[in-house]
Design a protein around this ligand. Structure first.
Ligand code: SF4
Length: 483
């Protein structure tokens, strides 16, 4: 079964990308630290997980399908030797959900062996792959853009990593937050617009990098800072040094959806705790779309902070009204055996005592296809809600993402094809209000970041000439390698 189909049916949410981690720590088993850190990044991808390690002599690697806890055991981790490791949790944004597409990728090129883990999406992967196949006789083993990225780096011209990274920054187009392990160094870098998050942490006698600061917290490290757009950090026996690609312009385009939904609320992004940012967005939503109501509830768990912010700003009390089943497996029900109603019942239940006879403000973080929202509203009405005022803590999603988020096609996006009035009718709410793009950006204006908001505005930070379908590289005929 294609896990993507299943996940879309079950929650109608955009799907993030991947989580990456890199560890360099003296006299440690770095792979074990990386495995712990991956637990904190599990929400960024549940299809596969992998870790590569190095003891300075050799690289070791293990990848598998499923959750971190399914892939790694104490026995399997004991085979991943060395003081350096990179790890990955995957949700497929390019290429299908198969073991050969699991990361890290271990490749060999003119610059030696390296293992690479990537979060993001290259929009020129087809062109780069053609170049590698035609000019370097490269044989690809997977259908992902991440392997294209790995070979581009492994064969990048230059005397040192600074020169090789210049080549990559110039030639790779799209979103890439990457950790790389060579035999003796850990590299971490972010694309010139800084679309996906990546941060640096300090360990006793070592360092780590991770997609989110929550992963650094989990292993007892100290969050140091977020990487800058176009920055490369190199960690080796000489310590940490970094450089920013001089060819980048001043623009930054951090994915604003990381703040709305993807990243954990306890992570730090764009300079502050995401939980607090979500509360502020909820407060702004209350100012933009006030309503007379008795109770504010959030769709758990991702909209809880925004719902609290709405409540605080409006003065309407907050309560839990829906309880989420935290143990829903993603792949155990065959798509043809289930209905969306069953999906929603598996995922949520109501607290009738809290909501009966009340005028509810129901806060959600986003609406993509509007496939599950009507069912949740119906469930709340059956539990006795008198009125339901839907408030969405993101602007209407009208455009697909090309930078590492599996969202939907334009045809499927409800806000691309319906007015807000007709969406309100479609979902069966008494009123509907979305946070404005202006409001979203003003709430985050003091963070000193530029944001990508293309899925709301259509204003892509990189011109999109090629609609890189998730399966584009899947259809390519292998040359010398296998798929
Ligand atoms: S298009 Fe949307 S989801 Fe994609 S990077 Fe931009 S803000 Fe994030």
């Amino acid at each position: 079964m294609d896990a993507n189909i299943d996940s879309h049916l079950i929650d109608d949410k955009p799907h993030d990308e991947c989580g990456v981690v890199g560890v360099f720590k003296k006299e440690s088993k770095a792979a074990q630290i990386a495995a712990f850190a991956l637990y904190a990044l599990q929400h960024r991808g549940q299809e596969s997980a992998g870790i590569a390690s190095s003891d300075g002599e050799s690289l070791y690697i293990q990848t598998g399908m499923g959750l971190v806890s399914n892939v790694f055991t104490p026995e399997s981790l004991s085979g991943l030797l060395g003081e350096m490791a990179v790890g990955h949790t995957r949700y497929s944004t390019t290429g299908s959900s198969r073991l050969i597409n699991a990361q890290p990728f271990w490749v060999t090129g003119a610059n030696g062996d390296l293992a690479l883990a990537h979060n993001g999406n290259l929009i020129n992967a087809v062109e780069l792959r053609d170049n590698l196949e035609n000019n370097w006789d490269t044989s690809f083993s997977s259908s992902t853009d991440s392997e294209v990225l790995a070979y581009t780096l492994a064969n990048a011209p230059g005397k040192n990593w600074e020169e090789r990274m210049s080549h990559c920054m110039r030639n790779l187009k799209g979103a890439f937050s990457v950790v790389v392990q060579t035999k003796d160094a850990l590299l971490a870098f972010k694309d010139p617009l800084g679309i996906r998050p990546l941060c640096l942490g300090k360990l006793d006698e070592g360092w780590m990098v991770a997609s989110e600061s929550a992963a650094i917290d989990l292993v007892g490290g100290e969050f140091i800072r977020e990487l800058k757009a176009g920055e490369t950090v190199i960690i080796d026996d000489h310590g940490v040094h970094s450089f920013i690609w001089p060819g980048r312009d001043d623009r930054e385009a951090l994915c604003v959806f990381e703040l709305i939904y993807f990243s954990r609320p306890d992570s730090i992004l764009a300079g502050s705790r995401i939980y607090l940012q979500r509360r502020s967005m909820g407060a702004r939503l209350a100012r933009e779309y006030p309503v007379e109501a008795d109770l504010v509830i959030g769709i758990p768990d991702s909209a809880t902070a925004a719902a609290m912010g709405y409540s605080e700003e409006s003065g309407i009390p907050y309560s839990d009204g829906l309880i989420r089943n935290r143990y829903v497996g993603r792949t155990f029900i065959e798509p043809d055996q289930k209905t969306r109603e069953a999906d929603v019942k598996i995922k949520f239940n109501t607290l009738p005592e809290m909501i009966k006879g009340k005028r509810l403000v129901v806060v959600d973080d986003s609406i993509v296809r509007a496939t599950t929202t009507p069912l949740v509203i119906d469930m709340l009405r059956r539990a006795g809600a008198k009125e339901i005022h839907m408030r969405v803590c993101a602007p209407p999603i009208r455009w697909p993402c090309h930078f590492g988020v599996d969202m939907a096609t334009r045809k499927e996006l409800v806000a691309a094809n319906h007015s807000e009035e007709s969406i309100c009718e479609l979902i069966g709410a008494d009123s509907l209000g979305y946070l404005s793009i202006k409001g979203l950006l003003e709430v985050n204006a003091d963070k000193g970041e530029g944001f990508c908001h293309a899925c709301f505005s259509g204003d892509y930070p990189i011109p999109i000439q090629l609609e890189l379908d998730k399966m584009t590289l899947e259809d390519r005929k292998p040359r010398g390698g296998h798929f």
